[in-house]
Design a protein around this ligand. Sequence first.
Ligand SMILES: *[C@@H]1O[C@H](CO)[C@@H](O)[C@H](O)[C@H]1NC(C)=O
Ligand SMILES: *[C@@H]1O[C@H](CO)[C@@H](O)[C@H](O)[C@H]1NC(C)=O
Ligand SMILES: *[C@@H]1O[C@H](CO)[C@@H](O)[C@H](O)[C@H]1NC(C)=O
Length: 444
Amino acid sequence: MLCLGIFLLVGLSAVHSQFPRVCTTEASFRTKSCCPLWKDRSPCGSRSGRGRCQDLVALRGNSIPQIDDDRLDWPRHYYDNVCECSGNFSGYDCGSCKYGYFGEKCDRKKIVIRREIRELSFLEQKRFFSYLALTKTTKCKDFVILSTGDRHHRDTYRFVDASLYDMFAWLHYYSMKPIMINSTFDPNKNFAHQGPAFPGWHRLLLAFLERQIQQLTGDEDFAIPYYDWRGEENCTICTNDLMGESDAHGILNPYSHFSYWRTICSGFNYPDTYCPAADSEIWMERLHRKPGATPYAPKPPTFQDVEDTLKLRDLDRPPFDETAIRSFRNALEGFLSPTDGVTLKRSMHNLVHIFLGGTMSQIPISSNDPIFLLHHSFIDKIFEAWLARYNGSPNSYPENNEVGQGPNDCATPFFPCQRNKDLIRKSTEFGYRYSSYHNKKPQQ
Ligand SMILES: *[C@@H]1O[C@H](CO)[C@@H](O)[C@H](O)[C@H]1NC(C)=O
Ligand SMILES: *[C@@H]1O[C@H](CO)[C@@H](O)[C@H](O)[C@H]1NC(C)=O
Ligand SMILES: *[C@@H]1O[C@H](CO)[C@@H](O)[C@H](O)[C@H]1NC(C)=O
C-alpha cells in the first residue's frame, strides 16, 4: 500500500469529480471542449470513423432552476463538447471499445461470465484478490479527480491522481454527495440512488471497473464475482480466505486480504460529511465490517424476498423516489418491502449494506469495501432477471423529474455520455452474463 501515500495527494475542497486526464488542460476548460485527438490526430478519431465531437448544447437533461450543482445536466458545467463514438467504439476519446468488444477495431465480441465467488476455483479466487490488490496500488491512467475550492472558477481547478480502485470508490461517492437545493442540502436526492437511475447507474459503475481490470491485467476473461446472500444466516464469505473476518470492533483480521486497505476518506481528507462514523468508536480510515450486529438487520434478505421483488413489473413508479410503491427499483434498492410492495421499510440492497455494517453501512463510502462489488454484482443479477422476465428495454425507463435521472440525462459523472435509459439493456450488451448458481435451497 506504500504507493498510495505517494500519489494520493490531500485535497480539501468542496467539489471532486473524475475527468479524463487529457481534458484537464486550461485550454479544454476555456473552450469547454473534451474531444481529444486520437492516434490518427483527429478529434475523437473522426478521420478513422471512430466518433465525432458532439455539441451537447442542444441536448438538455433534467434541469431544475433552484439547483446550482456542477453535476446537473452532466457534463455541461464543464464541457459543451464531448466525443460521441460510433459503432463498437467507446471511451472519452473513442479510443477504446464498448463494453463487451475487444481488439484494435473493436470487432471481437466477448461475453464473460460473472460467477458466485464460491464457484471460483482456489486459483481463480487467488487471482481475483491479487487483481484487487493491483487496482488499489496502481495509478488510474486515464482519469483524475478534480479537487478545488470553487467549482465556479476554472482557474482554481486542481487535479489529483487516485488508484484505480479509489477512482471506482470515488465515482460512487461523488454521485451521492448531497445536492444543494434552495440553499439547503437535501439528503434524499442524488444522482445514482433513490430514483430510476439506480440499477443502470450501478451496472455502469461495475462495468467500468471490470473493463479497467481487464485492461490492467490483460485478462479479457476477468469478470466480477457476486455474492448470493439469499437465505444466509451470517456472512459465510467473511472468512480470511475470501472477504475477511472481522472482530467485535469491526476491525478486519490482519490475515485477511483487505485489512490494510485505506478508504478514500483518509486519502482525500474529505470534510467531515460522512467519514467520521455514526458509530464513534469506529475510525473509518480503515475498512470496518460488523455482519449481523445491527439489530434490525440480523440477516440478509431471503429467497422469497428476491422472488417477491421480481414480481414487480414496473421498473419504477411515481413519485420515482424512496417513497415509490409497487416499484421494482424501490424494492430492489430497498426502501420498499417486497412482501407487499407497499410498506416502506429497509429491504434488499439497503438491508445487505446495513447487515454487513461498518463501512458498508454508510452507503456513500461503502464502495471502499470490495464486498460492495460482490453485493452489487448480485443486485445486478437480480436486475438482469427482471430484464429477462419483462423484456426490459430503454422504453421501460420512465420520464421523471429526479435530478440527473431523466431518461436522456448522461449518467453522472461518466465519460463518454451514457444516457440513463440506454442502460436498461440485457447484460450481454455490456459483455457479461451471470452463472446460474444454487445457494442452499429455500426451506420447504
Ligand atoms: C461490431 O462488432 C461485431 C462483431 O462482434 C461486428 O460484426 C460488427 O461489424 C462491428 N460493428 C462495427 C460498426 O464495426
Ligand atoms: C425552492 O423554493 C421555492 C420557493 O419556496 C419552491 O417553489 C420550489 O419548489 C423549491 N424548489 C425545490 C427544487 O425544492
Ligand atoms: C454461520 O452460519 C452457518 C450455517 O449457515 C453456521 O454453521 C455457522 O456456525 C455460523 N457462524 C457463525 C459465526 O454464527
